[in-house]
Unconditional design. Structure first.
Length: 343
């Protein structure tokens, strides 16, 4: 159960709580920025921000927050001896925001229900928390959830959140005017769009999901693109055709496009569309001869040669793969390599 499931259950049961989240750190720390912990009024916790002395001090701070209902930002410094007890190499500083989440506030219930639903769907969204200002460090805090389509729920007005775009890919403090916000991506999983539902795709889809990608399989043949053949795929789409199919998809820098259709014509159709997206990865199956024929055809349509530099083709790492299983493995390895920033 994720910490957000715990929050949702408490709110639906009418129980308010405090949330402690690491918003900054200097030097080694037992947990990363963005790590959260729930503190209940009886002192029990859900999750952890590092244990030991830090956790004990944060629990005490949470009891103060329960009394006032107002958020507090506190910096905790640790000596080398204290750090050793927390498995830190040496002393450091950790900034922690502790804020109250009121179960009697309907917007809080909706916000955390939506957060859980977003995580369940594995779609991207950002949880934005207002940080008390220097002038009022114990001021009330507001939160909202911004979804990938721009809609949002919560207490913060869009006039405050929209200037924060583009949303960061990792937990980060972001300022707007004199106000500071802490932005946490709820789902940072990249999405692999697999175009074509043949033998290679059927082996690739479970592999991609196994290594942490959200997987979407697309084919215009329902007898190929179906739940029986792709049991683990996050989504299966059966378009009328591949023509302009990418117009209806949410494709950004975290998207990986794998073109493994049943023929050269469809791959060319899809590559034409893919080059107009911001996709972080475009891979196309086929021999160098087939690849070059497609490049030449698109060049005659007006694409520049340099645009083809974005394309990984022949797709997959060169491991001498021949069978669908081996080819799928080589593609999955290349996806991991690109995601790690070394491809």
């Amino acid at each position: 159960m994720s910490i957000f499931n715990g929050m949702e259950e408490l709110l639906e049961g009418g129980e308010s709580f405090a949330v402690a989240v690491i918003v900054s750190r200097s030097g080694p720390a037992p947990r990363d920025v963005g790590t959260s912990m729930v503190i209940r009024q009886n002192g029990s916790i859900i999750g952890t921000i590092g244990g030991g002395l830090l956790e004990a001090q944060v629990r005490d701070l949470a009891m103060e927050v329960f009394g006032t209902g107002r958020a507090v930002v506190r910096e905790f410094s640790f000596t080398a001896e204290e750090a050793a007890e927390m498995c830190m190499i040496c002393g450091g500083k950790i900034g922690v925001l502790v804020h109250f989440v009121d179960a009697l506030q309907p917007s809080n219930v909706v916000l955390y229900q939506q957060a859980v639903a977003t995580l369940r769907s594995r779609k991207r969204a950002w949880l934005i928390t207002e940080i008390p200002s220097e002038a009022n460090k114990s001021g009330p805090t507001g939160q909202c959830l911004v979804k990938s389509d721009g809609t949002q729920v919560g207490q913060l007005d869009s006039s405050l959140t929209q200037p924060l775009m583009p949303w960061p890919g990792a937990p980060k403090l972001v300022s707007h005017g004199e106000t500071l916000f802490f932005v946490v991506p709820l789902c940072r999983e990249s999405t692999v769009f697999i175009f074509g539902a043949g033998h290679v795709s059927r082996k690739l889809a479970p592999l991609a999901r196994l290594v942490g990608f959200r997987t979407v399989v697309l084919d215009d043949r329902s007898d190929y693109a179906n739940r029986e053949r792709f049991e683990t795929a996050d989504e299966i789409i059966v378009p009328d055709s591949f023509e302009w199919v990418m117009n209806g998809l949410e494709i950004d820098e975290e998207s990986y496009l794998v073109l493994v259709t049943r023929g050269h014509f469809h791959d060319k159709t899809l590559l034409r569309q893919a080059l107009g997206t911001k996709a972080g990865y475009i891979g196309m199956i086929g021999s160098r001869r087939k690849r070059d024929k497609i490049y030449d055809a698109l060049y005659r349509e007006g694409f520049s040669r340099s645009e083809f530099d974005r394309v990984y083709s022949p797709i997959g790492l060169n491991i001498g793969a021949e069978t669908p299983e081996e080819i799928a493995l080589s593609i999955a390895a290349e996806l991991i390599q690109v995601r790690a920033g070394i491809g």
